[in-house]
Design a protein around this ligand. Structure first.
Ligand SMILES: O=c1ccn([C@@H]2O[C@H](COP(=O)(O)O)[C@@H](O)[C@H]2O)c(=O)[nH]1
Length: 271
């Protein structure tokens, strides 16, 4: 999917919501566990109920890998029930020496037909560029993540006072463009989102951290929105585990709609 198609969907749905599919056997409702493929059943129902409000889905690959070989089959089935016009993100956080990255890219872009994959930047250009050789596919590079540990490296300043995440943003711009690179920027980062936006004014950000991690959607929009929205804001647990009962999918729909209503207001305000 290209940037224009993504923005057009954001406008049509008045939403920049990404629903995170962190489907955990220990957390899905008990009644699903007797089904043949409980994780597929859970994800399918979440997708069916939230697709009106979501412009992206982000299966976190760890939750599928943890199921062993069956998990990869489940992931493929989940990918197939996501409506074609909705952007898909393999949250896999890959990246390795060039020939290995090439095969990771093949796995997510050819064997499975994801629109994008999250990639760690720390092995440098040759670990990222193999992912950029696929038309209308995206790399989502970890820049300023939402977790406390982001302080350990990403916020360390160099001798000129520049934080490492900023070097990642600056350097990676020569590897691709705002048509094939997005950046992960945590919703928990507040004003720093504005600092990221200054360095990369036109790129989309994938923003995890609203909902369960407590990030503020209004701050994300205030500091991060650009003229083509430029934001995909993810919520996983806040939507998919909003109810542990049989009504989980309906309650997920309600939570997704709540976020979409807030997003519409923010789009009207800033766009
Ligand atoms: O900086 C990051 C990068 C990725 N994530 C992932 O996003 C979701 C967040 O889930 P919530 O339940 O909405 O907190 C999850 O898959 C993380 O692995 C992130 O949180 N922060």
């Amino acid at each position: 999917m290209n940037k224009a198609a993504l923005f057009s969907q954001i406008q049509q749905k008045s939403s920049f919501l990404c629903v995170g599919l962190d489907a955990d056997m220990d957390k899905i409702p008990a009644h699903l566990k007797s089904e043949k493929d409980p994780i597929f059943s859970f994800c399918r129902q979440i997708i069916e109920e939230t697709a009106d409000f979501a412009v992206a889905y982000k299966p976190n690959i760890a939750f599928f890998e943890a199921l062993g070989p069956q998990g990869w089959e489940t992931l493929q089935k989940v990918l197939e029930v996501i409506p074609k016009e909705i952007f898909t993100i393999a949250d896999a956080k890959r990246g390795d020496i060039g020939n290995t990255s090439k095969l990771y890219a093949k796995a997510f872009f050819e064997k499975m037909d994801f629109d994008s994959v999250t990639v760690a930047p720390y092995m440098g250009a040759d670990s990222v560029t193999p992912f950029l050789e696929f038309e209308d596919k995206w790399v989502i590079l970890l820049a300023l993540t939402s977790n406390a540990g982001s302080m350990d490296f990403q916020l360390i300043n160099d001798s000129e006072g520049k934080p490492l995440y900023q070097t990642v943003l600056e350097k990676s711009q020569s590897w691709g463009s705002d048509e094939n690179i997005m950046y992960v920027v945590g919703a928990t980062r507040g004003e720093l989102i504005g600092e990221v936006r200054k360095v990369v004014p036109n790129h989309f950000f994938l923003v995890p951290g609203v909902g369960a991690q407590g990030g503020s959607l209004s701050e994300v929009a205030k500091y991060g929105m650009n003229s083509s929205c430029g934001l995909l804001v993810n919520s996983s647990r806040g939507i998919i585990y909003a109810s542990p009962e049989k009504d989980f999918a309906k309650v997920a729909r309600f939570e997704a709609e709540k976020l979409q209503i807030e997003m519409k207001e923010l789009l009207d305000k800033y766009l």
